[in-house]
Design a protein around this ligand. Structure first.
Ligand code: NI
Length: 153
């Protein structure tokens, strides 16, 4: 495994739409392993492939209940609303209150191509929305309803 560089705001790669994953091979597994190590080292909860310079539809997350690897993820349903604090490893100095669904259902493939579903709420739902957005070139700042002053955090 290896730690990869996290792409920061200003890099146009963060605004691009990612392509689906078609090959569930060792190259993908290497990327996922590297992303896991990169996320752990950065002490984050989620990381999307474009954040390490790869324009593929992949994200990983760990909100404290175990690692999830989501390939070709798709939010299939949303329920409710939550307004909570959000940040991003690619925007290290920006925080804001975002408006997100409180509950989501995610459909994705695992590293072997097998489909699975996750129902998530609160932080995990926010994370799923945030990371799925990255795959469409969208950053959390476009969901911010109130910026948070760094002195507040
Ligand atoms: Ni992010």
């Amino acid at each position: 495994m290896a730690i990869r560089n996290i792409v920061k705001i200003g890099d146009p790669i963060l605004n691009k739409v990612c392509r689906p994953v078609t090959d569930f091979d060792e190259r993908l597994w290497q990327l996922l392993d590297d992303m896991r190590e990169t996320l752990a080292q950065a002490d984050g909860v989620g990381l999307a492939a474009p954040q390490v310079g790869i324009l593929r539809r992949i994200f990983i997350m760990d909100v404290g209940d175990g690692l999830v690897e989501a390939i070709n993820p798709e939010i299939v349903s949303e329920k409710g609303v939550q307004e909570e604090t959000e940040g991003c490893l690619s925007l290290p100095n920006e925080w804001g209150i975002t408006k997100r669904p409180r509950k989501v259902k995610l459909k994705a493939q695992d590293r072997y191509g097998k489909y699975f579903f996750i129902t998530a709420e609160d932080l995990k739902a926010r994370c799923i929305c945030h990371e799925t957005d990255h795959l469409n070139g969208v950053l959390f700042t476009s969901h911010v309803i109130r910026k948070i002053d760094p002195e507040e955090t």
